[in-house]
Each structure stands twice: as structure tokens, then as C-alpha cells.
Design a protein around this ligand. Structure first.
Ligand SMILES: [Zn+2]
Length: 251
């Protein structure tokens, strides 16, 4: 089953569904409302990351509950959407970027399911290569880029962006981590569509506003939905290294 964790701009995904069933899924970390959709004769589980009405700020998202809720309904592949600022002039506002690495600057988040057990998962390829290929066939995307996750909720300073760029960052956002690594700990394929909403602070001349972010997401919403629909059509349930992430990871 395919899982989708949608940020802004994806709430309309249900419009193409033949059937929508809302389920409350219990997890060890809390209950999560999951929409089970029938789209193109496939079953898709959808979670709006910020909950309904975009009410939960990035640093308060219950990432573990969201991932476990998808695991519990039988999801084996997750596509997430994240809106990001760009630090790379080759990834201009409006682009869809499929990242291939990350730098994690988020703080005080629950980053693992293994609090009391020694497990070291491999993240040489943190974003699933199988899903990357399917996304590449499904629309106009830029492949590769390093995602920098900040704690938020404020935007970054020009000096921070300068530092992230020096460290090799291309995109900056607040919601990508620890979602990607929690999915790997649960042996679920995971990849992200990063929607570039603006240039990051100091890359662009103007001040950043959240309106700018939502405006770009809205302008690209139809293309984003088409990319996701094509992904759903093209996706096949095949075996992947992500499904064996715990082999050799436990001490
Ligand atoms: Zn995979």
C-alpha cells in the first residue's frame, strides 16, 4: 500500500478518489486520523502532516505516530511533500526537487523508535532509490539535493543560510526530519517531493513571508497533484533494500 504524508497543497488529493474512508489508527505514540483512498484501483493511505486545518506547527508534529499509523494500515511505500526554501540557484522557486541526502539541525524531536534498544540503521542512501526512479518517470522533477532541516518555527537568518550553503545544503525546511529516518527504522520505502516556494534568506533580496510560501504552493498545486497521481499509477509494490533496513542493524 502507498502512503502519502502531505504538507500544504496536497489536501485536495481526495478529489480523484473513488472512495474515501476515514480511520482512527491507534499507535503507541497516539491516535492518528488516516484517510484510506481508492485511486486508480490502488489503495492509498493519506495523512495531512499538520493535521486538519494546518493546525500543528513543525516542531510539534507527532512524527512517530504518523509513521506507525501508516505502518499499521499496511503501507510499504511513502511519498512525502515538503515545502522548502532554496539555497541553490539551479533549484528556483516552483521546482520540484527529489532530495538524496540531508543535514539535520532540528532539536528536541523524538528521532527514533529505539529508545531502549541498540539499533543503528544505515542511511548511506537516506531517500529510497526505488521511489526516486518512479518519481522521475512521473513528472518534471530535479533529482538530487541536500535537504537541511531546521527546528523552526522561525525562518533562518542570512548567516545560517550562508553556513548551510558552505556545508553543502541546497534546500531548507522544517518538516523533513526525523520523518525520513523513522520510516527507514520501520523498513518502509520513503522519498520526498520538495516544493521550492522561495529562495532562502540572503539568497533573495526580499524578506520572507509565509504568504509567499502558500502562494507558490497554491500556484503549483495542480502540477504537484498530477505528479502524485502519476506516481500512484506508476508505483509497483516491489522489494527494496529499505524493507530490510534492520538486517544487521541490531546489536
Ligand atoms: Zn526503498
Amino acid at each position: 500500500m502507498i502512503g502519502i504524508i502531505g504538507g500544504s497543497g496536497v489536501y485536495e488529493i481526495t478529489s480523484k478518489a473513488d472512495n474515501v474512508e476515514k480511520r482512527i489508527v491507534n499507535t503507541d505514540y497516539g491516535d492518528v486520523e488516516v484517510s484510506i483512498l481508492d485511486i486508480f484501483e490502488k489503495t492509498v493511505a493519506f495523512i495531512p502532516r499538520h493535521a486538519s486545518g494546518h493546525s500543528i506547527p513543525p516542531h510539534k508534529i507527532n512524527f512517530r505516530a504518523n509513521i506507525d499509523a501508516l505502518k499499521n494500515v499496511g503501507v510499504t511505500q511513502i511519498i512525502a511533500t515538503n515545502s522548502v526554501g532554496s539555497m541553490n540557484l539551479e533549484m528556483p522557486p516552483g521546482s520540484f526537487v527529489i532530495p538524496d541526502d540531508f543535514l539535520d539541525f532540528s532539536e528536541n524531536r523524538d528521532k527514533t523508535f529505539y529508545e531502549n534498544k541498540v539499533v543503528h540503521i544505515d542511511v548511506t542512501e537516506p531517500y529510497c532509490p526505488t521511489l526516486k526512479e518512479i518519481l522521475n518517470e512521473s513528472g518534471d522533477v530535479i533529482l538530487g539535493g541536500t535537504y537541511v532541516c531546521t527546528q523552526g518555527p522561525r525562518f533562518e537568518t542570512p548567516a545560517e543560510i550562508k553556513m548551510f550553503k558552505m556545508l553543502g545544503g541546497d534546500l531548507v525546511g522544517m518538516t523533513g526530519l526525523p520523518e525520513v529516518t523513522l520510516a527507514r527504522e520501520r523498513e518502509i520505502c520513503y522519498n520526498s517531493i520538495c516544493i521550492v516556494s522561495n529562495y532562502a534568506s540572503g539568497i533573495s533580496e526580499s524578506e520572507l513571508t509565509i504568504d509567499e510560501v502558500f502562494e507558490m504552493v497554491e500556484a503549483r498545486q495542480n502540477d504537484l497533484l498530477e505528479l502524485i497521481y502519476n506516481f500512484i499509477k506508476n508505483a509497483q509494490d516491489k522489494d527494496c533494500g529499505c524493507h530490510h533496513a534492520l538486517d544487521g542493524a541490531e546489536v
